[in-house]
Write a protein that binds this ligand. Structure first.
Ligand SMILES: Cc1cc2nc3c(=O)[nH]c(=O)nc-3n(C[C@H](O)[C@H](O)[C@H](O)COP(=O)(O)O)c2cc1C
Length: 201
């Protein structure tokens, strides 16, 4: 697991490629919250801008390999999606298609964030995405965050205009850190003690 050598590494994946997208604005709040935690490195990936191949076309491509390696090196992953036509985006699905088989997500904690311009938020997208994430063997955390009416929550510069929404979005990062510290870190430390003896930690 990545954090033993390099600290805790959180990979955030933006499922929108739209210029000025709101998914990225919400994800920036999540990144900011993660960065408050000591020993955490945050990497944001933009799969819609990486030239990832369509499923089954060129899985050995440099773009696909580099992307899967970034995900594989993560202690934990956040998948962020806009709601497009009642579903998570094709960009987020393409990202998952390019994580290898078995998936680089397998066994990793994954938190889900969805944003939508509509009043019902991204609930449908998040439920469907949870199914895919579970299918590839990742551990989807129970709390998904859905941001409704997102154009009213952020301004064009990415400032969050609503404190309650901002607290809600930040909760995604604090929940993930609680999970990593409570479940991943102790397991890795125990494994290291078993391998190297008590002097290892
Ligand atoms: C192709 C497309 C389909 C969309 N479908 C929906 C939808 O089903 N429900 C909804 O609330 N908003 C929908 N929207 C609006 C997005 O939720 C909105 O653009 C929001 O800002 C999130 O997307 P973004 O991260 O790309 O900005 C759609 C937008 C696009 C471009």
């Amino acid at each position: 697991m990545a954090f033993e050598r390099d600290g805790i590494r959180i990979v955030l994946i933006n499922g929108s490629a739209r210029p000025g997208n709101y998914t990225g604005k919400a994800l920036a709040v999540v990144a900011d919250e993660f960065q408050k935690h000591e020993g955490v490195t945050v990497v944001t990936l933009e799969p819609g801008l990486l030239g990832l191949p369509l499923p089954g076309v060129d899985p050995g491509s440099e773009a696909a390999r580099g992307f899967a390696e970034q995900v594989a090196s993560a202690t934990a992953v956040v998948l962020a999606t806009p709601e497009y036509h009642g579903m998570f985006s094709s960009v987020i699905k393409l990202a998952i298609e390019n994580m290898g088989f078995p998936s680089a997500l397998r066994g990793k904690p994954v938190a889900l964030l969805g944003v939508a311009s509509g009043a019902i938020g991204a609930v449908k997208s998040l439920e469907a995405l949870r199914g895919v994430v579970s299918h590839v063997g990742a551990l989807a955390l129970p709390l998904s965050i859905s941001v409704a009416n997102v154009q009213q929550v952020f301004d064009a510069e990415g400032r969050c205009l609503d404190q309650a929404s901002e607290r809600h979005i930040r909760r995604l990062a604090t929940g993930m850190m609680e999970y990593v510290h409570g479940h991943i870190c102790p397991a890795v430390t125990l494994e290291r003690v078993l391998r190297e003896g008590l002097t290892a930690v």
